[in-house]
Structure formats: C-alpha cells, structure tokens
Design a binder for this molecule. Structure first.
Ligand code: PMP
Length: 370
C-alpha cells in the first residue's frame, strides 16, 4: 500500500504523554497532578458575556486579525505596558494558534531556534514540522534564563530565541536582570525573540518581567486560557512593536487560510476579560504553590516555582524520572515525566492546579515513594 502518512507527521513522537494517559485511564480517583489547566471555572460575568454575544447573533466570522474593539483594547494595554505607540495585534485561536502562525511566518528549513530546556513541548514539534532546527540550551538545575549559554549557541543560522516565563514545566520566572541581559544578546546579533507569556498573571513573588519592555524585536504571545480558565474557548493574542508589523501581517495572512479567525462570541467575552481582576485566583494558587513546595522540599530536590502552576521535581536517588513516574502512577498519583519537556530524563512535572486535599494526599504518597 502507498504510504499515506507524511514524513512530517511521523516526526512527532506523542508516546511520552500517551503512556501517562493510558496508565491514568486505569486509575480510580487518582491524585491528578498532570493537568495543564486551572481547576476553577470561567468567572460567571465572563460566561454571561459569551452567552450575551451568542444571543445577540455575534456568531459569524470576525475579521481575520480579530474583532476591532478587542484588538484596540489589547493594543492599548500592551502599548501602555511597553511604551509602544502603535502596536500590531492579531487575535489567535489560543496561544497554540499564535505559536503555529509565528513559526510558519518566520522559520525556513534549516533555520535554528534556540529554546531553553526544559521547554513547553509544542515549540519543538512545530519547529521540527517546519524543517527548522531546535537548539536546546540547558537551564538545569535552577531553570533560570541561561543567557551565557544562549549567547554561546547563536550561529549565523539562528532565527529566533524562544522564551517562556513563567515557564511550563519548571514554574521559573526570569529575573529582570536576566531578561535585560538576553535583550542585549539578541540585539547584538539582531535575533527575533518569541516570548510566550501565557502564565504572566500567575506570578507569585513580584512582577513578571517581559523582554517586550527591553527589546522591540519581540513577538509577545499572551492568552485567555489560563487566567480565566477558558482553555476550551481557544483565545490568545500576538502583539508586537510596529517595527514587526510585517510579521503580524504575514501571520494574519496565514490565519486567513488556516484558522480563519478566533471564535467570535468568545472574543466578545475576552473584551470583558481584559478588565477582569483575577488576583483572588492568583492568591489561591500562590497558597497552593506553598502547600506543595513546603510538603516536598524536605524529601525532594526542587526549585521553588515563582509562577504558573507547575513544579519540576528531581526524581529521587538519581533514578530515571520515567521509572519514578511509573511507580507514582501505580500508586495513584498522575505526574508527567520530564523527558516529555526536555532532552533529559531526570525530573517530573507536577501541576498543583487541584484541590488542597489532593495536593496533601499527593505529597504524602510521593514522599512515601522517595
Ligand atoms: N504556551 C504554554 C507555555 C502552555 O503551557 C500552553 C498550554 N498548555 C500554551 C502555550 C497553549 O495554550 P492555549 O493554546 O490554550 O492558549
């Protein structure tokens, strides 16, 4: 039979995550530390906005780049935050949609993309799909931004540096000093930076510095999925200084022939979301972070996460993390092996976006296995 599946599809290895899901399906009432989304529901006021928009008939395509009012609101917010006079904005189908469009609009086969390791797994697969080459830069053991190593990894083929702060899976928040130093490295070599800030609101020990404030050649990606718990609504945005207008225009062109637009009624709710205060949720998650960290720190090696809702924990006794993860799953705690997010198999990821009771139970079980 003729080969149906493309070589590009075969490049994607989903086995790591699939294995955890398959094992998880056998568990009853597990402590589920694997979920990458908040455990609260969309705030009622925002649900009402979406319902109102649907009832008012706002169910058709929007403009490709997004509803004008939403775009203006985003432009006003990022403009005020970064001092951009006339930012370019594209509303995307989640940050995932924005990532695909950003890579499609910029990466040629053979281009190198520098990515701190551990990393959000989508970057690797999208860059590979497009024939780009991922250059992973180790950020172990503290998961801070490895500026010197990034500078050392730059070649003539480097097209982009990807940043993700707060980071999935490590929960690391890059310091202002690291961000400024990286901005200088990128500026010296004139390299585009993509900054994925989907977790920016979940920052527990102070503000989350953004490279967009220090380097104009930054594509800023932010989303609605995590702060408002609307992962199923598929909404995000890409914004940039007007000097990158051409990149946003190219992305918009590709959106026209792929996603067409982000879901229209939910864009209406996003207008309201931009003024919605989520600090109570953030306070709640800070407390959960402390509950998890304080419970594990005496037994496991882990860095105190500064943001997002993940902790990246070293497998005990120098064991391979996949081995420890299998043991944890057999004991009813679902965690993700670090090699899903990394070229190494030394750590595992915990998502603490769950109830306090589950966090306590999970911590107790994990500590008993160490
Ligand atoms: N970036 C990071 C770092 C993420 O963790 C996620 C979701 N897990 C995304 C992007 C994509 O989120 P969405 O498409 O729902 O906006």
């Amino acid at each position: 039979m003729k080969e149906i599946i493309s070589n590009r599809a075969r490049l994607i290895d989903a086995s790591g995550i699939r294995k955890v899901f398959a094992l998880g399906a056998l568990m009853k009432d597990p402590v589920n530390f694997s979920i990458g989304q908040p455990d609260f529901d969309v705030p009622e006021a925002l649900k009402e906005e979406a319902i109102r928009a649907i009832r008012a008939g706002q169910n058709k395509y929007s403009q490709t780049a997004g509803d004008e009012t939403l775009k203006q609101k985003i432009a006003a917010q990022v403009g005020a935050e970064f001092g951009w006079a006339n930012p370019a904005v594209l509303v995307s189908s989640g940050v995932s949609g924005g990532l695909l469009l950003a890579f499609m609009a910029t990466i040629n086969p053979g281009d190198e993309v520098i990515i701190p390791d551990p990393y959000f797994v989508m970057y690797k697969h999208l860059v590979n799909l497009l024939g780009g080459r991922c250059v992973f830069v180790d950020s172990y053991p503290d998961f801070g931004l490895p500026v010197e190593k990034i500078a050392g990894a730059v070649t003539d083929k480097t097209k982009m540096i990807v940043l993700n702060s707060p980071c999935n899976p490590s929960g690391a928040v890059y310091s202002q000093q690291q961000i400024k130093a990286l901005a200088q490295v990128a500026a010296e070599r004139d390299i585009l930076v993509l900054t994925d800030e989907i977790y920016e609101k979940f920052c527990y020990d102070g503000p989350c510095p953004s490279i967009a404030g220090y380097y104009e050649k930054s594509l800023l990606l932010r989303g609605f999925s995590k702060p408002y718990a609307m992962t199923g609504w598929r909404l995000g945005y890409v914004a940039a200084h007007e000097s990158l207008k051409e990149v946003i225009e190219q992305m918009t062109k590709i959106q026209q022939y792929t996603f067409v637009c982000a879901p229209t009624p939910f864009q209406m709710a996003a207008i309201a979301a931009m003024d919605y205060d989520v600090s109570d949720y953030v306070d709640e998650y800070r407390r959960k972070r402390d509950l998890l960290y304080d419970g594990l720190k005496g037994t496991f090696e882990l860095v105190r996460p500064g943001g997002a809702f993940y902790a990246f924990v070293k497998a005990p006794g120098g064991r391979r993390a996949t081995e420890f993860v299998e043991k944890a799953i057999k004991n009813n705690v679902l965690v993700i092996p670090g090699n899903v997010f990394s070229e190494k198999d030394t750590h595992f990821r915990i998502s603490y976006a769950t109830s306090d009771e589950k966090i306590r139970r999970g911590v107790e079980i994990l500590c008993s296995l160490a």
